[in-house]
Design a protein around this ligand. Structure first.
Ligand code: IPE
Length: 268
């Protein structure tokens, strides 16, 4: 059953800058979350199957950064920070769970801190069985970037991007979609150059040449540069990667279904 399932499986990452307000701590972007939930419900009804992973945005990053959780365990003050960060991640997670359920997506929430172990900031071990079984039942697993125990560093922050590529490779997914608040990759920084052109098709090995978009201040998981490294990892193994805006309704739907649009596709 699983093999037939994974042949049409997509892994979808909902970027924190799309689903939360970057400049304001603990602020969800409800219009975007609603548009995404409706797109996902539509896709589900059409028979698409997917794993959804959301980022931390202004919930996870400011706290993880304040307590330096991404640098590993160094002092006991961080332990309170761990709890605070987990609580904030659960807050944004429960907004997503209720929005998806309300739109008609049979969502199965899962917390990576309870399923995964890291080693030096990389996923070393992730219990896949709950994911396999939920997918077989027709449920949609919903995970998120999280603080995960690390056998060498105490704990670390594992991005939703890393979880997405890890799961895509393990489940041999057909596609990874990175939903963002920007249209995709450009030939130059569009914030500085108004004539920057959207790159619609990029080869995995060309990703190194793309001048990286600067990361926002609170980003503890490496921002765009780290995202491109993850994209390259899966695209070079034959999994198609789409990067584009999910801010407007239909944006996510187009990328998952492969309908022509203003977004970037990365191929091997
Ligand atoms: C970060 O997850 C999770 C925490 C900070 C706890 P991501 O790295 O996937 O979040 P975004 O998408 O960049 O906001």
């Amino acid at each position: 059953v699983l093999l037939a399932l994974t042949a049409r499986l997509s892994v979808i990452k909902l970027g924190g800058s799309a689903i939360t307000v970057k400049s304001k701590p603990l602020a969800p972007r409800l219009s975007v979350i609603k548009a995404v939930a409706e797109d996902l419900a539509c896709l589900y009804e059409e028979g698409e199957r997917f794993i959804v992973i959301h980022g931390g945005g202004s919930y996870g990053h400011p706290l993880a950064s304040k307590y330096c959780l991404h640098k590993g365990f160094t002092n006991v003050v961080q332990l309170k920070g761990f709890a605070e960060t987990e609580l904030a991640m659960r807050d944004i997670n429960s907004i997503l769970v209720s929005s998806l359920a309300e739109a008609g997506v049979p969502v199965a929430p899962m917390h990576p801190s309870c399923m995964a172990v890291a080693c030096r900031g990389e996923i070393a071990d992730l219990y896949l069985k709950p994911l396999k079984l939920t997918l077989e039942l027709g449920l949609i697993p919903l995970l998120h970037g999280d603080v995960v125990m690390d056998v060498k560093d105490g704990f670390t922050v594992i991005s939703g991007d890393k979880l997405a590529t890890f799961l895509a490779l393990r489940f041999k997914a057909k596609k990874v979609v990175f939903g963002m608040d920007v249209k995709g990759l450009f030939d130059k920084d569009p914030k500085v150059h108004p004539d920057a052109k959207l790159l619609k098709l990029v080869k995995a090995r060309e990703l190194g040449n793309i001048s990286s978009v600067p990361s926002v201040r609170w980003d503890v998981t490496g921002g765009m540069r780290a995202k491109l490294a993850e994209a390259r990892k899966v695209a070079s193994k034959g999994i198609v990667v789409c990067m584009g805006s999910i801010v407007e309704k239909g944006g996510l739907l187009k990328m998952v279904k492969g309908i022509e649009g203003d977004y970037t596709v990365i191929v091997p």
